[in-house]
Design a protein around this ligand. Sequence first.
Ligand SMILES: NC(=O)c1ccc[n+]([C@@H]2O[C@H](COP(=O)([O-])OP(=O)(O)OC[C@H]3O[C@@H](n4cnc5c(N)ncnc54)[C@H](OP(=O)(O)O)[C@@H]3O)[C@@H](O)[C@H]2O)c1
Length: 287
Amino acid sequence: VSVIGLGNMGSTLARALLEAGHGVTVWNRSTEKAVALSDAGAKVAADAAEAVCASPVTIACVARYEHLYESLGNISADVLRGRTLVNLTWGTPDDARAMERWINARSGGYLDGGIPVYPSGIGRAETELIYAGPRELWDRHAPTLRGLGGASRLVGEEIGAANVVALAIPGGFYHLCYGAFFEAVAYAASEGVPVAELSSQIESAFGMLTSSLADAVDAITHERFDTDQATLGIQLDAMLMARDAALRRGQRATLLDALVEVFERGVAAGHEDSGSAAITSMLRDGG
Ligand SMILES: NC(=O)c1ccc[n+]([C@@H]2O[C@H](COP(=O)([O-])OP(=O)(O)OC[C@H]3O[C@@H](n4cnc5c(N)ncnc54)[C@H](OP(=O)(O)O)[C@@H]3O)[C@@H](O)[C@H]2O)c1
């Protein structure tokens, strides 16, 4: 297996492949990062094309897709024919579609992927990396790719699908939750309550989040938004009080304020007495 890009993530991917017993060839734009991998048993290629040439499958993980085009330069069909590029660089669905056209035009096979974990999650049995592309390529390379995350799976054959999932959940949802935590800590601190006092409530909030998200998936799948738990209106009321308390303490409450605005649009659209998952169709349609 070859690996292009040896930053925090690419180095970890290369090490996991070495630990799984693969022969690994690596390339990185700046050579010093390759030295550590060489010490760990990897071969170091002189350029990205040589790295691709060295293996039937190359895993790329650079900062952005444009860096991969730069790295591969004018690589020829002779190099890519019969080989597969698996691109785990973070990007958009359109980035993936353009890269697939570019690789296919040079006779290579292409899988696109997303990494929803930090490097510490790589190589674990429970880690799910997400892939998109031709099922035949996934089936061929899954045994290798599952060494990077044992629960990895093909999201769909449409090449943009993995990046859609990656942008939606780790990119959007996860970062919003993480950011909301900092906003909550700041509010509590402004009232003199230290972060340690929030710990047990964080745990119970995550328990509730797990079950309410499972309920939301079910509600959205079956388009059934009635609830005997908490209506959107009552949840909005709780958020309004939290936002106003934060504002009174001189906090900006930026994320909470934005969410209040979303839920107010939900009320205006007639969803006040439904479960809050009812607003997803409004959001999907740009409302
Ligand atoms: N770190 C994470 O927790 C994490 C999690 C999920 C996904 N990802 C994704 O994984 C990818 C890599 O992240 P990272 O954490 O490894 O980043 P990083 O440590 O900053 O490394 C960036 C990599 O991109 C290369 N690069 C930057 N500009 C380049 C260019 N113009 N030409 C060629 N190579 C270039 C760097 O090469 P040099 O060493 O020569 O600068 C390095 O190999 C990103 O798309 C990131 O979003 C990361």
